[in-house]
Design a protein around this ligand. Structure first.
Ligand code: SAM
Length: 255
Protein backbone atom coordinates (compact mmCIF):
# COMPACT_ATOMS: atom_id res chain seq x y z
CA UNK A 1 0.00 0.00 0.00
CA UNK A 2 1.36 3.41 -0.99
CA UNK A 3 -0.10 5.97 1.42
CA UNK A 4 1.21 8.93 -0.57
CA UNK A 5 -1.00 7.75 -3.46
CA UNK A 6 -4.08 7.65 -1.22
CA UNK A 7 -4.35 3.89 -1.58
CA UNK A 8 -7.22 3.11 0.76
CA UNK A 9 -9.16 0.43 -1.07
CA UNK A 10 -12.92 0.10 -0.79
CA UNK A 11 -13.90 -3.28 0.69
CA UNK A 12 -17.69 -2.80 0.94
CA UNK A 13 -19.18 -3.78 -2.42
CA UNK A 14 -22.57 -2.31 -1.45
CA UNK A 15 -21.03 1.18 -1.40
CA UNK A 16 -19.69 0.68 -4.94
CA UNK A 17 -23.13 -0.57 -6.06
CA UNK A 18 -24.78 2.57 -4.71
CA UNK A 19 -22.25 4.79 -6.52
CA UNK A 20 -23.10 3.12 -9.82
CA UNK A 21 -26.84 3.48 -9.09
CA UNK A 22 -26.55 7.16 -8.18
CA UNK A 23 -24.68 7.78 -11.43
CA UNK A 24 -27.46 5.96 -13.31
CA UNK A 25 -24.82 4.30 -15.50
CA UNK A 26 -26.10 2.73 -18.73
CA UNK A 27 -24.80 1.42 -22.06
CA UNK A 28 -24.80 4.90 -23.64
CA UNK A 29 -22.27 6.12 -21.09
CA UNK A 30 -18.51 6.47 -21.35
CA UNK A 31 -17.39 6.63 -17.73
CA UNK A 32 -14.09 7.93 -16.42
CA UNK A 33 -12.80 6.30 -13.25
CA UNK A 34 -9.82 7.88 -11.54
CA UNK A 35 -7.70 5.41 -9.58
CA UNK A 36 -9.38 2.01 -10.17
CA UNK A 37 -7.11 0.47 -7.52
CA UNK A 38 -7.99 -3.23 -7.20
CA UNK A 39 -11.04 -2.77 -9.42
CA UNK A 40 -13.99 -3.18 -7.01
CA UNK A 41 -15.84 -0.25 -8.62
CA UNK A 42 -14.41 -0.76 -12.14
CA UNK A 43 -15.98 -4.22 -12.46
CA UNK A 44 -19.44 -2.91 -11.57
CA UNK A 45 -19.09 0.09 -13.89
CA UNK A 46 -18.06 -2.20 -16.76
CA UNK A 47 -21.22 -4.30 -16.27
CA UNK A 48 -23.44 -1.27 -16.86
CA UNK A 49 -21.49 1.22 -19.04
CA UNK A 50 -20.72 1.16 -22.74
CA UNK A 51 -17.10 1.94 -21.96
CA UNK A 52 -14.96 2.66 -18.90
CA UNK A 53 -11.76 4.69 -19.02
CA UNK A 54 -9.71 3.87 -15.92
CA UNK A 55 -6.67 6.03 -15.16
CA UNK A 56 -4.30 4.47 -12.61
CA UNK A 57 -0.88 5.79 -11.63
CA UNK A 58 0.43 2.58 -10.05
CA UNK A 59 1.98 0.20 -12.61
CA UNK A 60 1.59 -2.81 -10.26
CA UNK A 61 -2.16 -2.24 -10.05
CA UNK A 62 -2.39 -1.85 -13.84
CA UNK A 63 -0.77 -5.31 -14.22
CA UNK A 64 -3.21 -6.79 -11.69
CA UNK A 65 -6.28 -5.17 -13.30
CA UNK A 66 -5.29 -6.33 -16.81
CA UNK A 67 -5.80 -9.93 -15.71
CA UNK A 68 -9.49 -9.76 -14.96
CA UNK A 69 -11.16 -6.62 -16.32
CA UNK A 70 -13.46 -7.03 -19.36
CA UNK A 71 -12.76 -5.61 -22.81
CA UNK A 72 -14.91 -2.50 -22.43
CA UNK A 73 -12.44 -1.16 -19.85
CA UNK A 74 -9.59 0.90 -21.28
CA UNK A 75 -6.76 1.02 -18.75
CA UNK A 76 -4.64 4.14 -18.89
CA UNK A 77 -1.40 4.13 -16.96
CA UNK A 78 -0.59 7.64 -15.77
CA UNK A 79 -1.14 10.55 -13.42
CA UNK A 80 -4.65 11.86 -13.99
CA UNK A 81 -3.43 15.40 -13.40
CA UNK A 82 -1.05 15.05 -16.38
CA UNK A 83 -3.30 13.09 -18.74
CA UNK A 84 -4.69 15.30 -21.51
CA UNK A 85 -8.43 14.49 -21.45
CA UNK A 86 -8.70 15.66 -25.06
CA UNK A 87 -6.62 12.61 -26.11
CA UNK A 88 -9.14 10.20 -24.52
CA UNK A 89 -12.47 9.14 -25.96
CA UNK A 90 -15.06 11.73 -24.86
CA UNK A 91 -16.47 10.69 -21.45
CA UNK A 92 -19.82 11.94 -20.11
CA UNK A 93 -19.77 10.60 -16.53
CA UNK A 94 -17.17 10.28 -13.81
CA UNK A 95 -17.43 7.77 -10.98
CA UNK A 96 -14.49 7.46 -8.65
CA UNK A 97 -13.18 6.95 -5.14
CA UNK A 98 -10.67 9.72 -5.49
CA UNK A 99 -7.13 9.67 -4.13
CA UNK A 100 -7.65 12.27 -1.38
CA UNK A 101 -4.35 14.11 -1.94
CA UNK A 102 -5.45 15.40 -5.37
CA UNK A 103 -9.12 16.12 -4.55
CA UNK A 104 -8.95 19.82 -5.33
CA UNK A 105 -6.91 19.93 -8.58
CA UNK A 106 -8.68 16.93 -10.06
CA UNK A 107 -12.13 18.39 -9.30
CA UNK A 108 -11.27 21.63 -11.11
CA UNK A 109 -9.65 19.77 -14.00
CA UNK A 110 -12.88 17.79 -14.43
CA UNK A 111 -15.10 20.87 -14.14
CA UNK A 112 -13.04 22.68 -16.76
CA UNK A 113 -13.35 19.72 -19.13
CA UNK A 114 -17.09 19.29 -18.72
CA UNK A 115 -19.28 16.20 -18.21
CA UNK A 116 -22.93 15.39 -17.46
CA UNK A 117 -22.67 13.99 -13.96
CA UNK A 118 -20.11 12.75 -11.45
CA UNK A 119 -20.38 10.61 -8.34
CA UNK A 120 -17.18 11.06 -6.38
CA UNK A 121 -15.97 9.92 -2.99
CA UNK A 122 -13.99 12.51 -1.04
CA UNK A 123 -12.72 12.73 2.50
CA UNK A 124 -15.56 14.08 4.65
CA UNK A 125 -13.71 17.25 5.58
CA UNK A 126 -13.22 18.13 1.91
CA UNK A 127 -16.86 17.33 1.06
CA UNK A 128 -18.00 19.57 3.93
CA UNK A 129 -16.04 22.45 2.37
CA UNK A 130 -17.45 21.70 -1.11
CA UNK A 131 -21.07 22.18 -0.02
CA UNK A 132 -20.65 24.77 2.78
CA UNK A 133 -22.92 27.82 2.77
CA UNK A 134 -22.14 31.41 3.84
CA UNK A 135 -21.74 31.58 7.62
CA UNK A 136 -20.71 27.88 7.96
CA UNK A 137 -17.28 27.37 9.46
CA UNK A 138 -16.30 25.32 6.39
CA UNK A 139 -17.35 28.00 3.89
CA UNK A 140 -14.25 28.72 1.81
CA UNK A 141 -13.05 29.70 -1.63
CA UNK A 142 -13.55 26.05 -2.64
CA UNK A 143 -17.26 26.31 -1.75
CA UNK A 144 -17.62 29.50 -3.82
CA UNK A 145 -15.67 28.23 -6.84
CA UNK A 146 -17.50 24.91 -6.97
CA UNK A 147 -20.91 26.57 -6.45
CA UNK A 148 -20.15 28.80 -9.44
CA UNK A 149 -19.39 25.79 -11.66
CA UNK A 150 -21.62 22.99 -10.41
CA UNK A 151 -24.56 21.82 -8.40
CA UNK A 152 -23.13 19.74 -5.61
CA UNK A 153 -24.84 17.43 -3.11
CA UNK A 154 -23.61 15.05 -0.40
CA UNK A 155 -25.35 11.69 -0.90
CA UNK A 156 -24.05 9.78 2.11
CA UNK A 157 -21.29 9.51 4.67
CA UNK A 158 -19.10 6.43 4.21
CA UNK A 159 -17.53 5.17 7.45
CA UNK A 160 -13.76 4.70 7.38
CA UNK A 161 -14.29 1.00 8.18
CA UNK A 162 -15.42 0.52 4.55
CA UNK A 163 -11.80 0.94 3.40
CA UNK A 164 -8.64 -1.10 3.74
CA UNK A 165 -6.28 -0.01 5.16
CA UNK A 166 -8.62 2.08 7.29
CA UNK A 167 -8.04 5.81 6.78
CA UNK A 168 -8.02 8.23 9.73
CA UNK A 169 -11.30 9.90 8.73
CA UNK A 170 -14.71 9.10 7.22
CA UNK A 171 -15.55 9.85 3.58
CA UNK A 172 -18.55 11.23 1.72
CA UNK A 173 -20.18 10.26 -1.56
CA UNK A 174 -20.92 13.43 -3.52
CA UNK A 175 -22.93 14.08 -6.69
CA UNK A 176 -21.68 16.88 -8.96
CA UNK A 177 -23.67 18.22 -11.91
CA UNK A 178 -21.88 20.97 -13.85
CA UNK A 179 -24.05 24.01 -14.48
CA UNK A 180 -24.96 24.71 -18.10
CA UNK A 181 -24.82 28.43 -17.28
CA UNK A 182 -23.17 30.20 -14.33
CA UNK A 183 -25.65 31.00 -11.51
CA UNK A 184 -24.83 34.74 -11.76
CA UNK A 185 -23.05 37.03 -14.16
CA UNK A 186 -19.46 38.18 -13.67
CA UNK A 187 -17.69 40.50 -16.09
CA UNK A 188 -14.32 38.82 -15.66
CA UNK A 189 -14.26 35.21 -14.43
CA UNK A 190 -10.53 35.20 -13.64
CA UNK A 191 -10.93 38.36 -11.56
CA UNK A 192 -13.89 36.83 -9.69
CA UNK A 193 -11.89 33.69 -8.88
CA UNK A 194 -8.87 35.79 -7.86
CA UNK A 195 -10.93 38.15 -5.66
CA UNK A 196 -12.54 35.14 -3.95
CA UNK A 197 -9.17 33.50 -3.32
CA UNK A 198 -7.60 36.66 -1.95
CA UNK A 199 -10.54 37.67 0.26
CA UNK A 200 -10.61 34.24 1.92
CA UNK A 201 -6.95 34.62 2.92
CA UNK A 202 -8.27 37.32 5.28
CA UNK A 203 -11.66 35.72 6.00
CA UNK A 204 -12.15 37.52 9.36
CA UNK A 205 -11.31 41.00 8.04
CA UNK A 206 -13.95 43.49 6.93
CA UNK A 207 -14.28 43.68 3.15
CA UNK A 208 -13.31 47.36 3.15
CA UNK A 209 -10.04 46.61 4.98
CA UNK A 210 -9.23 43.69 2.67
CA UNK A 211 -9.89 45.69 -0.49
CA UNK A 212 -7.59 48.49 0.61
CA UNK A 213 -4.89 46.01 1.62
CA UNK A 214 -5.17 43.71 -1.40
CA UNK A 215 -6.18 46.00 -4.26
CA UNK A 216 -5.40 49.45 -2.89
CA UNK A 217 -9.04 50.33 -3.57
CA UNK A 218 -11.44 52.09 -1.21
CA UNK A 219 -15.05 51.78 -2.31
CA UNK A 220 -17.32 54.33 -0.69
CA UNK A 221 -20.51 52.64 -1.83
CA UNK A 222 -22.76 51.78 1.13
CA UNK A 223 -24.62 48.96 -0.64
CA UNK A 224 -21.51 46.90 -1.08
CA UNK A 225 -21.20 44.98 2.17
CA UNK A 226 -18.07 46.89 3.06
CA UNK A 227 -18.49 46.28 6.78
CA UNK A 228 -19.13 42.56 6.46
CA UNK A 229 -16.66 39.71 6.18
CA UNK A 230 -16.19 37.45 3.16
CA UNK A 231 -17.19 34.39 5.20
CA UNK A 232 -20.70 35.93 5.44
CA UNK A 233 -21.07 36.87 1.76
CA UNK A 234 -22.92 34.67 -0.71
CA UNK A 235 -21.15 33.67 -3.95
CA UNK A 236 -23.54 36.08 -5.74
CA UNK A 237 -22.42 38.96 -3.50
CA UNK A 238 -18.75 38.12 -4.07
CA UNK A 239 -19.51 38.08 -7.81
CA UNK A 240 -21.12 41.52 -7.54
CA UNK A 241 -18.10 42.79 -5.65
CA UNK A 242 -15.76 41.51 -8.37
CA UNK A 243 -17.92 43.35 -10.94
CA UNK A 244 -17.50 46.60 -9.00
CA UNK A 245 -13.75 46.05 -8.87
CA UNK A 246 -13.75 45.30 -12.58
CA UNK A 247 -15.53 48.57 -13.35
CA UNK A 248 -13.25 50.47 -10.97
CA UNK A 249 -10.05 49.09 -12.51
CA UNK A 250 -11.34 49.75 -16.04
CA UNK A 251 -12.54 53.22 -15.00
CA UNK A 252 -16.08 52.47 -16.12
CA UNK A 253 -18.72 54.92 -14.82
CA UNK A 254 -20.69 53.14 -12.05
CA UNK A 255 -23.64 55.53 -11.88
N1 SAM B 1 -11.07 2.73 -6.75
C1 SAM B 1 -10.32 1.93 -5.79
C2 SAM B 1 -11.21 1.50 -4.66
O1 SAM B 1 -12.28 2.09 -4.51
O2 SAM B 1 -10.83 0.62 -3.91
C3 SAM B 1 -9.09 2.65 -5.29
C4 SAM B 1 -9.34 3.97 -4.62
S1 SAM B 1 -7.91 4.63 -3.80
C5 SAM B 1 -8.74 5.74 -2.70
C6 SAM B 1 -7.19 5.76 -4.97
C7 SAM B 1 -6.52 5.13 -6.19
O3 SAM B 1 -6.01 6.20 -7.00
C8 SAM B 1 -5.33 4.22 -5.92
O4 SAM B 1 -5.45 3.08 -6.71
C9 SAM B 1 -4.11 5.04 -6.35
O5 SAM B 1 -3.03 4.25 -6.82
C10 SAM B 1 -4.70 5.89 -7.46
N2 SAM B 1 -4.02 7.19 -7.70
C11 SAM B 1 -3.40 7.97 -6.79
N3 SAM B 1 -2.96 9.11 -7.35
C12 SAM B 1 -3.30 9.04 -8.67
C13 SAM B 1 -3.11 9.90 -9.79
N4 SAM B 1 -2.48 11.09 -9.65
N5 SAM B 1 -3.58 9.52 -11.00
C14 SAM B 1 -4.23 8.33 -11.14
N6 SAM B 1 -4.43 7.45 -10.11
C15 SAM B 1 -3.98 7.81 -8.89
Amino acid sequence: MKSKLGQNFLIDKKVAEREVQHANVNRDDVVLEIGPGRGILTKLLAEKAGKVLAVEIDEKLIQLLKKFLPKNVELIHGDVLKVDFETLPRFNKVVSNLPFQISSPVTFKLLNYGFDLAVLVYQKEFADRLVAKPGDKNYSRLSVHVYYKADCKVLEVIPKTCFEPEPKVDSCMVKLIPRKNPPFHVWDEDLFLDVTRKLFIHRRKKIRTSLIKLFDIDIEDGILYMDRRVEELSPEEIGELSNVLYRKTKNIDMS
